[in-house]
Design a protein around this ligand. Structure first.
Ligand code: PEP
Ligand code: MN
Length: 356
């Protein structure tokens, strides 16, 4: 591990760094200057630590005021970090594969509200290339007076859609107490942007073995986003998919600022699959396709879209939902763009003809 110490750090600060290093079994070596004394006067030295690293060491050194930066975690890298040359973690759910050169398409309404409509949407998006159906049964709403979701009734609708179409299901879980009931139908448990920093929820999801779709908090740095994933990984659940869904900006032209650079950075920093949600980024249907394209080109392992042929009647986010035709265009774009860098989109297999 390689640390940069803070300039002009005090003697107690240096002693605390050395005590932690020795306590964790490292041997220390200063790489610049003449060691501790010069460094207390001039500061900013590099400290190399040799020993057996573990994923909790980086945060423990970062917490010390004498440490300016961890320049190289070495084998103390955190669980989300991509080691040099490390392959992608692949999350496979039903017919969908995220990562390892395969992309998956997730589509569906913002919220599930009506069984017939959910079934129509499920069939429609499956025919056009989706392998996972999205739809919130428990909705995180900014106002307590807004529609909060159809809850257990919504889970039943998703179960019907899954049974009929074979699509896998992703739906949000808001509260750790709901994990068991949501897990009865969800193949992937979604953590929404507003809950990215809910450590109680993340810790509980780390105890499950169900894949988790973790959405970036709308004001979260990538470090904060990755550490939220780390909570789940630290519990032993390796199946985490990250989702860039836009961060808050100042311009009302879009709902959020789609951070396409974040996708490229995440793909380098972590081995976890990364998908994009152009719908919640855009907040308007007319640019969802453009953002989806940008996300795929930046390296995303999948795209999740709000699709709803009845946007005017939706209780939630109808203003950003796209039509089946627009989703079909995004699916076609994704296949074409994935091919450019040797990747592909896993298609739903056609329902097999049963002999009558
Ligand atoms: C959603 O995907 O339904 C949702 C609520 O999105 P976000 O958490 O990104 O706002
Ligand atoms: Mn929504």
């Amino acid at each position: 591990m390689l640390l940069r110490l803070r300039r002009n750090l005090s003697r107690p600060e240096l002693d605390a760094v050395l005590a932690l290093a020795r306590g964790l079994g490292y041997r220390e070596r200063f790489l610049e200057g003449a060691g501790a004394l010069t460094q207390i006067e001039g500061g900013g030295e590099l400290l190399r630590l040799d020993g057996r690293g573990a994923p909790d060491h980086v945060a423990r050194f970062e917490d010390l005021s004498g440490v300016a930066a961890i320049l190289d975690a070495g084998d103390a890298r955190e669980r989300h970090q991509r080691a040099p040359g490390q392959q992608d973690t692949v999350v496979t759910v039903g017919e969908a594969q995220f990562g390892g050169g395969q992309l998956a398409l997730i589509a569906g309404p913002c919220a599930v509200e009506d069984l017939e409509r959910v079934l129509t949407i499920a069939r429609g998006v499956r025919e056009r290339g989706a392998t996972v159906l999205r739809g919130g049964a428990y909705k995180p709403r900014t106002s307590p007076y807004s529609f909060q979701g159809s809850r257990e009734r919504g889970l039943d609708m998703l179960a019907h859609a899954k049974a009929e179409t074979g699509l896998s299901i992703v739906t949000e879980v808001l509260d750790p107490r709901d994990i068991p009931v949501v897990s009865e139908v969800a193949d992937i448990l979604q953590v929404g942007s507003r809950n990215m920093s809910n450590q109680a929820l993340l810790t509980e999801l780390g105890r499950t073995r169900r894949p988790v779709l973790l959405k970036r908090g709308f004001a979260a740095t990538l470090r904060e986003f990755l550490l939220a994933a780390e909570y789940i990984l630290a519990g032993g659940n390796t199946q985490v998919i990250l989702c860039e869904r836009g961060i808050r900006g100042f311009d009302p032209s879009t709902r959020n600022v789609f951070d396409v650079g974040a996708v490229a950075v995440l793909k380098r920093q972590t081995h976890l699959p990364v998908i994009v949600d152009p719908s919640h980024s855009a907040g308007r249907p007319d640019i969802v396709r453009a953002l989806a394209r940008a996300g795929v080109v930046a390296g995303a392992d999948g795209v999740m879209c709000d699709v709803n042929p009845w946007p005017a009647e939706a209780h939630c986010d109808g203003h950003q939902a796209i039509s089946f035709e627009e989703f079909a265009a995004i699916a076609a774009d994704t296949r074409t763009l994935a091919r450019l860098d040797g990747r592909s989109v896993r298609q739903a297999t056609q329902p097999t003809e049963t002999a009558s």
